[in-house]
Ligand binder design. Structure first.
Ligand SMILES: Nc1ncnc2c1ncn2[C@@H]1O[C@H](COP(=O)(O)OP(=O)(O)O)[C@@H](O)[C@H]1O
Ligand SMILES: [Mg+2]
Length: 388
């Protein structure tokens, strides 16, 4: 074959050919004929696929994952490769994936921290809260970032996980970039403003369009949870993918969430989406700590005057109707946008400012909910009814 003219455009066939040179030692054949390569996607030179592995092997297969990535990366014209391990399980009750790189032995024993249900626990992390929204663009990441910073301002040890793999924005908002370091077993979270963070955005360039398939999403998320050296944390804040579909439901089921925070804008349509978010968490028995109304009103930069462009009190009313807490309203403010998008969020740089105040207030309420949830030790406080 003659070499292609200027820019080689690789095909899926090229990817499979390259992968057919990678051998899985356990199976004694190459990964393609073993049938463990799934969901190959290719977009403008960016490749992604998943590798099905024995659930009992889990993290032991990391070298195989790396070998597959390297094989594909060597193809001329390939710009980036993202390979993820997925574990399919014939027996639904078996742990889906070995979560602990450090505990790779003992296939029988239930590795510490992982329950029979395949739920992940992260040792050292006391509480995990999800920040969710029915749809994108409502300021979910802005709230997640500033809430994490506000919790830290209140003296908590905080981590921030970007589970929005379709549109990761934590790296930009936290002013972080570049690959995280790894000691071969665990990935070091990247840290700024005293907060440990992890995001798929550190691995894939921000503008890289990626098509994620269900199992890949789960696997990527589980790896970001369990293969990261989070250390001791009072709370891990998760910036959830927008929406209430299968991917979100799976996260809510597999990650032991202490509670959730729903972000909504005041428009009626967004409120409807937020209702779906509340319903999703209720279905999975995750407590809904409450609703944050973002872009609730506009503050004039000159006079500081408030105007409620979308009408006032919608989210508060909805919270009442749904029987959950109204956590607070955040104004639509130029400073909030500029500081978040510029990698220096207001709650980090000026926690005592007027703009940071709503986030600090919201964090106080969320912290109260966390303490209440943990204080009960999983036990519900008895309902005391006073008869009149
Ligand atoms: N309260 C706010 N005031 C001003 N701009 C905001 C506010 N909340 C979010 N934004 C801006 O709106 C855009 C979308 O917010 P983002 O947090 O990325 O939303 P999502 O994560 O829901 O997609 C960003 O440019 C962000 O800076
Ligand atoms: Mg976002």
């Amino acid at each position: 074959m003659t070499s292609s003219p200027q820019k080689p455009t690789p095909t899926k066939e090229d990817i499979l050919t390259a992968l057919s040179r990678v051998t899985d030692k356990d199976l004694g054949k190459d990964v393609v004929s073993a049938g463990i390569i799934q969901g190959v996607v290719l977009r403008e030179g960016h490749a992604g696929f998943s590798i099905e592995v024995d659930p009992a092997k889990g993290a032991e297969k990391e070298p195989l994952r790396k070998a597959c990535e390297e094989a594909v990366r060597a193809i001329p014209g390939i710009l980036s490769v993202t390979a993820v391990l997925t574990a399919h399980s014939d027996k639904p009750s078996a742990p889906q994936q070995s979560a602990h790189a450090g505990h790779s032995h003992g296939r029988q024993g239930n590795p510490q921290g992982e329950q029979q249900t395949g739920r992940l626990e992260i040792p050292g992390v006391k509480a995990i809260i999800a920040v969710a929204s029915g749809k994108g663009g409502v300021g979910k990441s802005t709230v997640a970032v500033n809430l994490a910073l506000a919790l830290s301002h209140l003296g908590r040890k905080v981590g921030l996980l970007d589970a929005d793999i379709y549109g990761p924005s934590i790296p930009r908002m936290m002013g972080l970039k570049g690959k995280p370091e790894s000691n071969g077993k665990k990935i070091q979270p990247k840290e700024n403003y005293g907060i440990k963070t992890m995001s798929i955005g550190y691995m894939v360039e921000e503008d890289t369009p990626m098509i994620w398939r269900g199992p890949m999403v789960q696997s990527a998320l589980m790896q970001m949870m369990s293969d990261v050296n989070w250390g001791e944390l009072d709370v891990l804040v998760i910036d959830m993918p927008p929406g209430t579909g299968d991917a979100q439901l799976t996260i809510a089921q597999r990650i032991p969430l202490t509670g959730s925070v729903i972000v909504s804008t005041p428009q009626e349509i967004a409120l409807i989406d937020a209702r779906k978010g509340v319903a999703m968490f209720e279905k999975t028995h995750v407590p809904v700590f409450g609703i944050v109304e973002n872009m609730a009103y506009f503050v004039s930069p000159d006079s500081g005057e408030r105007s409620y462009i979308f009408g006032q009190g919608g989210a508060r009313k909805m919270a009442e109707t749904l029987g959950c807490d109204f956590l607070g309203e955040v104004p639509l403010h130029m400073t909030i946008r500029e500081t978040s998008d510029g990698g220096a969020p207001i709650t980090a740089t000026a926690p005592d400012s007027e703009e940071a105040k709503p986030f600090i207030e919201i964090a106080r309420k969320v912290a109260g909910h966390i303490d209440e949830a943990l204080g009960g030790g999983g036990r519900k406080a008895p309902r005391i009814s006073v008869e009149g």
